[in-house]
Design a protein around this ligand. Sequence first.
Ligand code: ZN
Length: 113
Amino acid sequence: MKYCPACRSEYVDTVKLCPDCNVELTDELSEELFLEKVERALLYEFTNETIADMVLELLDDEEIPYFCQRDWFSSAYLIHGGSPIGTLIKVYIPETHIEQARELTQGMIDENK
Ligand SMILES: [Zn+2]
């Protein structure tokens, strides 16, 4: 079996490219491969985990693949005040899905600003 590192679809061995994502298929699935193989774009950066989770859920529902990176940041980087230490959640998705995902999540982001 071959797998698309972006959308995680399975394909027979003769298929080389995922027709949906235009991404080279691999023998296994891992986040490293997603990072390595997929032309990805930063969808959003969140400092609010609740909103991030809501957006990720929405992406799940629409079967849009994503990679989520969580970085701790110290108060030195905080612009909006609040807790002295927080998490910066960066959500990456394949470039091919970026417009769809932005449209999908825009309302939710605006509501929670
Ligand atoms: Zn795919």
